[in-house]
Design a protein around this ligand. Sequence first.
Ligand code: FES
Length: 641
Amino acid sequence: MHKARRNKAAAAAESLLPEPEPEDEYRSMPPSAGKNVVVFQPMGRRVSMKGDKTLLELAQEAGVALESTCGGKGICGKCRVQPSQQGSSPSEKELELLGPDAITGERLACQTSLPEGGVVWVPEQSLLRQQVILTTGHRRRIEIDPLLQAKDITITFPARDKPRSMTDFLLEAVPGSDPSRLPLSVLQELPTCLREESGRATLVTGADREIIDVTPGWGAPCLGLAVDLGTTTVVAYLFDLATGTPLAVEAGMNPQVTHGDDVISRIAYCGEHPHGLHEMSTLVRESIDRLVRKACVTAGVEPDRIMDCIMVGNTAMHHIFLGLDPKVLSQAPYAPVADNWVNVKARQAGLSLAPEAWLHWLPVKAGFVGADTIAVALAVDINQVNLPTLILDLGTNGEMILAVTEKAICCSAAAGPAFEGGHITYGMRAAAGAVEKVVIDPSSLECSLTVIGDTKPLGLCGSGLLSLISQLVTVRAILPNGSFNADKMNTRLRSGPEGLEYVVAFAEQNGLGRDLVLTSKDVAEIQLAKGAIRAGVEIMMKELEVESLGRIILAGAFGNYLDPDDARNIGLFPAPDHCLIESVGNAAGEGAIMALINRYHRNAVNSLTRDLLYLELTTHDQFHDYFVDGMAFPDSEKEAK
Ligand code: FES
């Protein structure tokens, strides 16, 4: 019934999950684990209760990562656990979200506290899963011409008759550099160069003849780092700046996901907790440091040889990383605190690289068009298009650029978390157990599924969800207005507690123990997301007087795994038959690499950002009309004629 794919990636993902312990151990545990102690099973993590904390907060303290798409607001229903003791009483809203599972004692961890302590069973599907992370772009050839340069120099012992300071040798090697601005770390290394290497040293210089580093010995590596900081994942690319050789790529989940899947939840967390911003910023800085250490081990180098770092990410990630209050991004007019390059020493930003290493954030364009979109624009070279080209980066936010010859416009549409499986009854990340492709038989409505990893299906990731809906639209089990077609009811398309629903996998075929279904409400969520994207595309086309798209570029993880035919079938964008649709992988990461290893690309960012027009959709007078029209699915019957 399902095929195994991406087994390697899934195995890697699984290896990050806590080692499960035998179920019997949980079953044989005493009902209470000790007064005021909560034990999470099957991983056996204990935590003492302090104050009136929810089980979600206690799980985070105990290092048990639970899915918490809504950041603990009791909306997503993903943080299900089974406490052994009677806890705080469930609200009606919680009971509604739990459905029949409430009878078996399941609770939402974010809505439950156990005043006396106890044992809490964590079902497998509630554990945060490592997403399959996209690290590669379309591998454009990038000429090596970095801003930073390393060269070998020799410092000789001062002659008795003509004593001179060691710094003179540096100033001779870099004429015009300011002697009063030599970093202390450089001065401290100079005697070591004489003592240990007979004066041989590697000197690293940056912009404006700045001396950044001196280290004993010739030929010491001069390394650069490019970081793509996403809402869900973080990718770090390590490069040798002298040769442009990629040395290592490391990727991980953004640890902030335990505080919600989308940027709005993260911004809210920063505002609602006394040290929320510091906490969120620290989480992500530490995770980048971890990735850097891993990358350095892989490459056999030391982190203190990393002299330059380029970062990209959406505006909320940019603000939170830099410790800038992101609240301004959630309030009209959604203006960022800073929109230019942010150039700081890496140590100021809390990263453990070389003592004088620089960290540069690419500019952001607007509150919801971030440095990642600018990096995508750089990677796909929007200044060189010869056909009307749409670049779409879909995530919790849809960021898009429409480029024509000598002109480009961008906007952002709040697609919500539906494309990443959020707010969908059985939605999940693109991790092991996620259905990623569906094929439906038009007469029986039976389906065959492609599942990530060698496992039974547990839920639907974004590409699987769109594949499923595309198939249901094609076989007319879903009508253009988004409702299920009652004329096609059978064992698969049936009546459920919330109206008609489609059974993707029956209980005995999946790893959930209950039927995995797509509900009418789920279809409506996708319609809202699709309506927002489609409206953004149509309004940009109107602004640039584009009648028909010639090329569509899908960027980012979702764009990479999304089948272009599915996107076309559900009417995500207007794509005539002649329109070329292609995926470019992690173009944001590629743009960051380009800025790291080629100074002309780095400079090009300024004009590109300046010339890119910005369109604010929330105040556009025709947005609502385009949005409503965009929610409808194409009529497959009409198109077949
Ligand atoms: S319902 Fe608990 S985290 Fe969303």
